[in-house]
Design a protein around this ligand. Structure first.
Ligand code: SAT
Ligand code: MN
Length: 580
């Protein structure tokens, strides 16, 4: 196969000249191709079958132990002006970055096959979708892209019709952490990644394209590319509202997107549209509509069990690629908090011993097609997307942030989003558990200056009166002993329900300096046996702590200098003044 698109054909040729692969394969995205790649990887020893009776068509990939997470310190936005990348990104001049990368790519595919992977982010027939082509020397990337995107012939057809696509070049290189970079060129809609085979660094459709490059495109074209799950909440009367929610990596987006209502709410239903990324466009009624650009889930495995996320637990019993989990003696995948079986081998392929750490890496992942999820919404394939009623921001905070609060306006909601901070997780290399600022959960993913990004968010309230309400949640409050104050998981439905009632004007709230909080009876928790003092602390704020928070947040905003939008400063002043 080759292509009618001259720019694509020429680029593939140029890359081949630089990287000198043994052969070039154009991927068609078929099931036969997937099976062929799986067999090839087994021959090469990079994939092994799991127990085919308990886990049909499931495979295990163990990565290099030094290559298990995103590498934010090696990830760059390369714009001609440094200011356009902003203090929120690492920056290199495009020419310098390219020279560096070309040095690494020189002959790097010697003896390897080069795969050309056309893909479409979003339903192939949606006007909101965007295409890309990833060139990679990693069969692991090819099989993951098949599950995570609409990959192959249909995507290539769309590229040939439209003429435009994002160029992503990837080589695993030597997997040497000292020769590893993830470079983005938003002005040219291109990506260069070298030296890592890990998800967010190597599956270029995901964070690199659908967030970093797309956020840049979205600003130019008047839409939003966000680190958000999308879910539908259906009431017993059959009314469905759609919610988009942003949380940092490994803070429960997949669990929330697949939530199973508790017994008391068994007539309610959650539909999953997406668990990681949302593209939000405004339609001609001024309504924000969301599509999920992805077609699969690349979810955190540890902690997934029949209780925390039954949908996910069941969907990963078949047709799943596991990366960096342990295995049982009968070759089933095993991970911490699976609540079933015992580990025999760990994620490094060694016999399991509790002294040498967890059996599954804390950032071990499953890759599975979205269609394996029984709660997958049929509207996830709708070209026009779904109308969004509420936008939610959240982080992992032991203290400070209440269970839920509502913004007083869109512009105030933008301030709340910009104020998100969260304890770091194993999804990125570096220290875990330290609070860092993570505006809109986009710190690692915004492809341009945050100050310009907030201006873009604020511009939406000038375009329509029909915007979703904005909320903030925190499922992770703890007491001094480190116990969680809120049960979370399925019980989070109660909070979602309050939001939808607020959208419809049917729920009470108490106005505070930081926004509207639920009244004591606003969310029904009577059957949860939460101590009344604990409940109070979950739905109230500590003014002293918040004054400190607003002061720290103000310093952070100031670090963006003159580019910080005046409207955001005013919102910050208003909240600080209300706190006194
Ligand atoms: O970066 S990944 O997409 O691999 C996972 C995540 O951090 O959300
Ligand atoms: Mn993510």
């Amino acid at each position: 196969m080759t292509t009618k698109n001259q720019a694509l054909a020429a680029w593939v040729q140029d890359v081949a000249t630089l990287t000198r692969p043994q052969s070039i394969v154009w991927c068609d995205g078929s099931d036969e191709e997937y099976d062929r790649m799986v067999s090839l990887m087994q021959e090469q020893g990079t994939l092994s079958p799991l127990n085919s009776e308990t886990h049909p068509n499931c495979y295990l990939h163990l990565s290099d132990p030094q290559d298990v997470a995103r590498v934010e310190h090696l990830t760059y936005i390369c714009t001609s002006e440094e200011e356009d990348a902003g203090a929120n990104n690492n920056w290199l001049a495009p020419e310098e970055a390219k020279a560096k990368m070309e040095g690494l790519y020189d002959g790097c595919m010697d003896g390897r096959t080069m795969y050309v992977v056309p893909y479409c982010m979003g339903p192939v027939k949606s006007p909101y979708s965007r295409c890309g082509v990833e060139i990679t020397d990693s069969p692991y990337v090819v099989i993951n892209m098949k599950l995570m995107t609409r990959m192959g012939t249909l995507a290539l057809k769309r590229i040939e019709q439209e003429g435009s696509f994002v160029k992503g070049l990837h080589s695993t290189g030597e997997l040497d952490p000292n020769r590893r970079f993830i470079m983005h060129f938003p002005e040219e809609l291109s990506i260069m990644s070298y030296g890592s085979g890990y998800g967010g660094n190597a599956l270029l459709g995901k964070k690199c394209h659908a967030l970093r490059i797309a956020s840049w495109q979205a600003r130019k074209e008047g839409w939003l590319a966000e680190h958000m799950l999308i879910l539908g909440l259906e009431s017993p009367e059959g009314e469905t509202h759609y919610i988009a929610a942003a949380f940092p990596s490994a803070c429960g987006k997949t669990n929330l997107a697949m939530l199973i209502p508790p017994e008391k709410y068994k007539d309610w239903k959650i539909w999953t549209l997406g668990d990681d990324i949302a593209w939000l466009h405004m339609d001609d009624q001024g309504q924000l509509r969301a599509i999920n650009p992805e077609a699969g889930y690349f979810g955190v495995v540890p902690g997934t069990n029949a209780k925390t996320n039954r949908n996910a637990y069941e969907m990963i019993q078949q047709n799943t690629i596991f990366t960096n989990v342990g295995t049982t003696a009968d070759n089933q995948p095993w991970w911490e908090d699976k609540k079933q079986g015992e580990p025999a081998s760990d994620w490094k392929g060694n016999p399991y011993s509790s002294e040498s750490g967890p059996a599954a890496h804390p950032n071990s992942r499953f890759t599975v097609s979205a269609t394996e999820n029984t709660a997958y919404s049929s509207l996830a394939e709708a070209p026009e997307g779904v109308p969004i009623s509420a936008i939610v921001f959240g982080g992992r905070r032991k203290e400070l942030a209440p269970l839920v609060y509502e913004a007083k306006s869109w512009d105030h909601g933008v301030l709340i989003g910009a104020g998100v901070a969260s304890e770091t997780t194993a999804a990125a290399t570096g220290q875990v558990g330290v609070v860092r600022r993570d505006p809109m959960a986009m710190k690692p993913f915004c492809g341009y200056n945050f100050a310009d990004y907030w201006s873009h968010w604020l511009s939406f309230s000038e375009r329509t009166d029909n915007l979703p309400k904005i909320f903030h949640v925190n499922w992770f409050r703890q007491n001094d002993d480190g116990d969680f104050l809120w049960p979370g998981f399925g019980e989070n439905l109660r909070v979602l329900q309050w939001m939808i009632q607020r959208c419809k004007g049917d729920a009470d709230a108490v106005e505070t300096a930081i926004g509207y909080l639920p009244s004591e009876q606003g969310i029904d928790v009577a059957d949860l046996n939460i101590d009344p003092d604990v409940w109070q602390s979950l739905i109230s704020i500590n003014d002293d702590q918040w004054r400190q928070e607003m002061s720290d947040f103000g310093d952070y905003l100031d670090s963006f200098g003159d580019r910080l939008p005046e409207k955001l400063r005013e919102q910050h002043k208003a909240v600080s003044a209300a706190l006194g």
